[in-house]
Design a protein around this ligand. Structure first.
Ligand code: ZN
Ligand code: ZN
Ligand code: ZN
Ligand code: ZN
Length: 257
């Protein structure tokens, strides 16, 4: 609606002398937007006809029974002008609250899964359900499980099943193998173009890492000394790099933090 007003303002500036005509055009435009155009389609939820309405994102199909029935759909116009509703995308997942299929919906924060029984059932979930990794949240709360999640940009990350109570996050896939240096019960694994498969301990100050020979015959660069994790700890302390190196060679100190 805001955009619409700006558009009218812009037109007004440009067509100043014809302001009267414009005002009329504005009124007509509003009327067009209020208009509901009938279709042959029938609402499958309540049996009343579907009508074409205008919204922020343009035209859409809505049940004439609104507001009692809130069924809406997007549609496409076929070449011959027929209105073809775009059926919502499903993922094969069923609503754990009412058993009806879940549908992909668009919300303010992007896509999500919503129950097709809406509005009676208001169950919604993130589009990508967190996937358990079988690795305990040993560097966070110690109780939860690390879950694979997908950020809105599609990047995978691993956070605690007790999120938001526990805010632990790992950026690489956790494996249930103890760190050979500090004994923490899991390490992370990452596949990089440059160094091949690399396993790391994410315990602050540990710094253990290893290049894994997966036998793929890749010609990988040797792994450089790991600094990032140590630098976080070394910040504000004397001799960041040397201190970090010292810590790396002193597993006792690393585990005691
Ligand atoms: Zn309806
Ligand atoms: Zn439901
Ligand atoms: Zn946790
Ligand atoms: Zn470690």
């Amino acid at each position: 609606e805001e955009g619409e007003e700006h558009y009218v303002d812009a037109l007004r500036r440009f067509w100043g002398p014809f302001a009267k005509d414009l005002e009329q055009a504005e009124v007509q435009m509003r009327d067009v937007k209020r208009e509901e155009r009938p279709t042959d389609l029938v609402c499958e939820k309540c049996g009343q006809p579907m009508v074409i309405k205008w919204g922020r994102r343009g035209e859409f199909l809505a049940c004439r029974g609104y507001p009692e029935c809130k069924n809406t759909k997007n549609f496409r116009r076929a070449d011959d002008g027929t209105i073809r509703p775009v059926e919502p995308e499903t993922t094969g997942e069923m609503c754990e609250q009412c058993g009806r299929p879940m549908q992909v919906r668009f919300g303010r924060y992007g896509k999500f899964l919503g129950c097709s029984g809406y509005p009676e059932c208001k169950n919604m979930q993130p589009l990508h359900k967190p996937v358990p990794t079988g690795v305990r949240c040993l560097l966070g709360c110690g109780e939860g499980e690390l879950m694979e999640r997908r950020s809105r940009r599609g990047k995978l990350f691993y956070s605690c099943s007790r999120y938001p109570a526990c805010q632990f996050v790992a950026w690489d896939r956790p494996l249930p193998e103890a760190c050979p240096r500090c004994g923490t019960g899991f390490v992370t694994e990452k596949l990089t173009k440059r160094y091949g498969t690399v396993r790391r301990c994410v315990k602050e100050g540990c710094g253990w890492q290893e290049q894994i020979d997966t036998g793929d015959g890749g010609d990988y660069a040797p792994l450089p000394e790991r600094r990032a994790a140590a630098q976080v700890r070394g910040r504000g302390r004397a001799g960041g790099r040397e201190a970090a190196a010292a810590r790396r060679h002193s597993p006792r100190r690393a585990t005691s933090s």
